[in-house]
Design a protein. Sequence first.
Length: 254
Amino acid sequence: MEHTTQIRVVVVEDEELILNNIVKKIQSLDTSFVIIGTAQDGLSALKVLENNTVDVLFTDIQMPAIDGLELLKQVSLQFPHIEKVIISGFNNFDYARQAIKFNVNEYLLKPIITSDLEQVLIKIKMSIENKRQLPKSLPSSEKNMRAPEEIVKMIQLYLKENFYEEITLESISRHFNFHPSYLSKIFIKHSGGPPSKYLTTVRINHAKYLLTKEKNLSIREISQRVGYPDPYYFSRIFKQVAERTPTEYRNLFE
């Protein structure tokens, strides 16, 4: 039987036993939810999100490297279409409420009660199915106007010319008047990864140029010039891509 809905899920939880338990519960409650990745810290989670098409993120709050709130912040900026569910212990439930500004869809309190999780999955499934109804009439007309490869090249050019601005999948979609899910799908197919990954590459490459050619600029100034208002987050992303901190990279060319 053909499944009309497949919902791609990533679960982030630093305690392995709890992580495995959540994965098993989700899979047992609704086979439409497919676990495509897991992570035990925020940095690893971002890598999974950058390299996959994801519909739903379940995340803990207290984690190493990048905590849940920072992860939710980055997801809301880079992947605004992703549904977000917080998994929170009682002790930090009030803390988790801060995440409301990151458009969190649901909260689950540890230990997770199966009936609560089931209700959350039902709500999310309805939300995603409603979203997916919208683009059904779009691709045919869009494809008649421009080939997907051409659309992707236009988006790549746009990112190269505007990388220093705050850019999200939603803002790209509005600019080109395409539905986010359609845009993301064709970009991954013809570019090998999501727009966010391409944007990161453009930004880091420009940062490398500034680090070696503009020695008078501070790391903070370079961070802002390449589209990262937070220099600490910029340094983490730079090291993740270049395997060196910005300062270490600059020192190579002294």
